[in-house]
Design a protein around this ligand. Sequence first.
Ligand SMILES: [Zn+2]
Length: 93
Amino acid sequence: MDYECLRNCYIGERLWKEGRVYTLPVDMEKHPKNFRPVGQAPEPEVPQSVPEPKEKETNPLVCKVCNRECKSDLGLISHNRVHKKQEVSNGSS
Ligand SMILES: [Zn+2]
């Protein structure tokens, strides 16, 4: 395969010149900074676009203890009882 030399570099006591195209043996170590395969598009730079964190819909009916969402006020209230019971039972330990 042909490689374009990307910078002057000594490899194996040989000077490889920037901008030249060499046919390199497969088993030769080719640092990507030194050689780029010819006929192959340079690696596309992955845009470092961080996906914007979607603003999470704040559900007012979320348990403050375990973040469990409840469908209704009553559901949340009844769910909170679970934690109250746990507090009581855990209090002894
Ligand atoms: Zn909870």
